[in-house]
Design a protein around this ligand. Structure first.
Ligand code: FAD
Length: 238
């Protein structure tokens, strides 16, 4: 059965970075959906109802009354959302679906490998685990070009303070040698991933984002490291 389309008002729009915006969509009266952290919604502008695009929820299932999505300025919809979406605008929304779900079990370890905007659903994962005070271990290994490209930097660092089972680690791939960053540099590689595996049978690997990034991560984890594909969950954005 097709999911019902609901029109929602943009309650707020926040620039996270010069090319990344979080849009909060207010649920209308009586709308109280059953959905899961990690799913995505599909949105469209009422003036172009045939141009629909999917966005992972960057909020979590415990957030009631609104959906948040975080969009990078890329392509037609990405540009319109980042440059033009503002509080008071209305968007058509197809409610959440998807199977990119966090395994929030007590002794599980979620090793989330992200690049650029692919980090968006992991904010929802960590938010839910932190609010519920779960013992589930979550590690984000995040690759960005420079320190100016880290989405949710303050928020992830704050969540790491609140949640002893969450670790947020960043590597920068295109910093100049003179940059004062003392953290990790270079691409995500097998050695770094291995360093962060505590108990392999209990680890689930997650990768999300543009196809090239997800394919690259899958190649690293499954082909290069020989880790089981059954322990990997991916979400390809196209
Ligand atoms: C399940 C799902 C979840 C998604 N979640 C998000 C999200 O949370 N945030 C988000 O910004 N986008 C997300 N996307 C991508 C989004 O749906 C759009 O494709 C994106 O905003 C580009 O808009 P467009 O399709 O109008 O661009 P078009 O003009 O059709 O161009 C699309 C081009 O952009 C590339 N592309 C798409 N998204 C990105 C990106 N973020 N970074 C770099 N290249 C990209 C595609 O490979 C393609 O080459 C998601 C896609 C899917 C399928």
């Amino acid at each position: 059965m097709p999911r019902q389309i609901t029109e929602m008002e943009i309650e707020s729009a926040k620039m996270e970075l010069p090319d990344v915006k979080t849009v909060r969509l207010k649920w209308p009266e009586g709308f109280d959906p059953d959905f899961k952290t990690g799913q995505f919604i599909t949105v469209f502008w009422p003036d172009t109802p045939n141009y629909k695009r999917a966005y992972s929820l960057s909020s979590c299932a415990l957030d009631r009354g609104f959906f948040e999505i975080t969009i990078k300025r890329d392509g037609k919809m990405g540009t319109r959302m980042v440059d033009w979406a503002k509080a008071g605008d209305r968007l058509g929304v197809i409610p959440p679906v998807g199977k990119f779900l966090p395994v929030l079990e007590p002794d599980a370890h979620l090793l989330c490998i992200a690049g650029g905007s692919g980090v968006t659903p992991f904010r929802g994962f960590v938010r839910e685990a932190t609010r519920r005070k779960l013992s589930t271990r979550i590690t984000i290994l995040y690759s960005v070009r420079t320190t100016n490209d880290i989405i949710f930097n303050d928020e992830f660092r704050e969540l790491a303070q609140q949640n002893p089972n969450f670790s947020f680690q960043v590597t920068c791939t295109r910093l100049s040698e003179q940059d004062p960053w003392t953290g990790r540099r270079g691409r995500i590689d097998a050695a770094w991933v291995k360093e962060n595996i505590v108990d392999l049978p209990k680890t689930t690997f997650y990768a999300c984002g543009p196809n090239a990034l997800v394919d690259g991560t899958e190649h690293l984890v499954v082909s290069e490291m020989g880790l089981p594909k059954a322990q990997m969950k991916t979400e390809k954005w196209g």
